[in-house]
Design a protein around this ligand. Structure first.
Ligand code: PLP
Length: 454
């Protein structure tokens, strides 16, 4: 770990220690003992700051609670891990996290009718309205992950034995949401380019109706899938779904928060996004947005009455189990939101950087791209069987030589040991970092005499 990164963490921890003293004191101020501890901490902090400034010193702490190592991957490395890129917190989100990390921190000013999305201090109600507008839908709720969005929809719309149309590239959480609701997934096969088309979806719906006698309860398709990040024709598919009167769930786990998403233009009945994957938010977080028409069903309120007490819980929404993200998760989403909104406007630049890197990789002979190319996304599946893997075959470290070489250059996040097919994500890297990344790959290739076309 770089000394400066280490010292930054130490300074942050020292400040948290100070904060701990403040929290333990009386509202009237510190007592003598606390004051002494406070001064000692301040003096520690000053020496840490001096070390930080001068880029020197040995580690004072490497663990949190004696067992948890400091995670400094984002400070010390370029991280190309496929699912982590767009979930990295903004600086504002990290501030929100330290400020609102306490359990039910959203609930300070919760007033009647006691529901998370109605809270106005901080502006959680306003955030919900902004979120709906952001994906151009009527209503939105925050949920603990995209998967909980699928679950809420499936639990409402899918009855026992109902078929649900997903793609042959569907995420496992879609399978699980359908399974839990008692439904059965039916996958739309891919075309030769690993894409889901509207025609193939129509054919699958026909086949399911013919064979089971049941109309699917839901069509749920990823705009960009997690395996190749190929783009699928969600607009065409939504249209097909509606021709059969089937609601359409747009899975935006890899889109909402990184590129503009217009739910109405797509024809979505539900838009689901992932906070920790694509909205620079703490996990588990996400969004479920819908139309007014479907809100009355998926966001239905409780009708349950206690038989002994006669209690009712009014406007609590059943699928949300009342309230969802009650602390640092939601506040991190809110703190990142202005930056997230802004960054979606520069998606084309992210795609350019993605293609810049992929082109550099392709210049290393034998390398291939398994995703559609040119890239329309920053997540890409590559095949380096014909390049980096040829070295692994005889190297004593096998595929790990490649991770070693990358780590030595400050690059992490590729699947350790994998030199055949693997995924990477360039989202959020600056041009400086992308160029560095491209050069590092070419440098490693050159070191092992892999030919490079220029
Ligand atoms: C990551 C991912 C999910 C799951 O998202 P969570 O927010 O972790 O629940 C669902 N679908 C796709 C396509 C994904 O890539």
């Amino acid at each position: 770990m770089s000394v400066r990164v280490q010292k930054t963490f130490e300074a942050l921890f020292a400040l948290e220690d100070l904060r701990g003293i403040l929290r333990g004191s009386l509202p009237t101020g510190l007592d003598e003992e606390e004051e002494k501890a406070f001064r000692e901490k301040i003096s520690d902090l000053k020496s840490i700051i001096a070390e930080l400034e001068e880029d020197r010193g040995t580690p004072r702490t490497t663990m949190i609670a004696d067992t948890l190592p400091i995670r400094s991957r984002e400070e010390n490395y370029i991280n190309i891990q496929p699912i982590q890129a767009a979930g990295r917190l903004t600086t504002e989100a990290r501030k929100a996290l330290i400020s609102y990390g306490d359990g039910y921190s959203t609930c300070d000013a919760c007033r009647k009718p006691f529901r998370l999305d109605k809270i106005t201090k901080p502006s959680i109600a306003g955030f919900h309205a902004d979120l709906a507008k952001f994906v151009n839908m009527d209503q939105a709720r925050v949920v603990p992950g995209a998967r909980r969005g699928f679950q809420a929809v499936a639990s409402t719309l899918v009855s026992k034995g109902d078929p649900v149309i997903v793609s042959a590239l569907a995420h496992y959480t879609e399978f699980l949401a359908v399974e839990e609701a008692g439904g059965v997934v039916k996958e739309v096969p891919l075309d030769a380019g690993n894409r889901v088309t509207a025609d193939a979806t129509a054919e699958k719906i026909e086949e399911v109706i013919r064979e089971s006698g049941r109309t699917p309860a839901l069509v749920m398709i990823d705009h960009y899938d997690y395996q190749f990040a190929n783009e699928h024709d969600v607009r065409g598919i939504a249209k097909v779904a509606h021709q059969y009167d089937i609601p359409f769930l747009y899975n935006g786990a890899y889109t909402v928060g990184v590129m503009p998403v217009d739910g109405k233009a797509i024809g979505a009945d539900f838009v689901v996004g992932s906070g920790h994957k694509s909205m620079a938010s703490v996990a588990p977080s996400g969004v479920l947005a819908t139309t007014d028409e479907w809100a009355s069903k998926v966001l239905r309120t409780t009708a349950m009455v206690g038989d002994v007490t006669n209690r009712k819980f009014g406007i609590k929404e059943v699928e949300m189990l009342g309230c969802t993200l009650m602390g640092g998760t939601l506040l991190s989403m809110m703190a990142s939101f202005p930056a997230v909104k802004e960054r979606t406007l520069h998606w084309d630049e992210e795609v350019k950087k993605s293609n810049y890197f992929i082109d550099a990789l392709l210049s290393i002979e034998g390398s291939k791209v398994l995703s559609e190319y040119p890239r329309k996304h920053t997540l890409t599946k590559v095949d380096t069987t014909g390049s980096f893997d040829t070295v692994a075959r005889t190297h004593k470290r096998r595929g790990f030589y490649f991770s070693d070489e990358l780590a030595e250059r400050g690059i992490v996040g590729e699947f350790a040991g994998a030199t055949r097919t693997w995924k990477l994500n360039t989202y959020g890297l600056s041009w400086k970092q992308v160029r560095y990344l491209a050069e590092a790959f070419q440098e490693i290739a050159a070191k092992y005499d892999l030919p490079i076309t220029t």
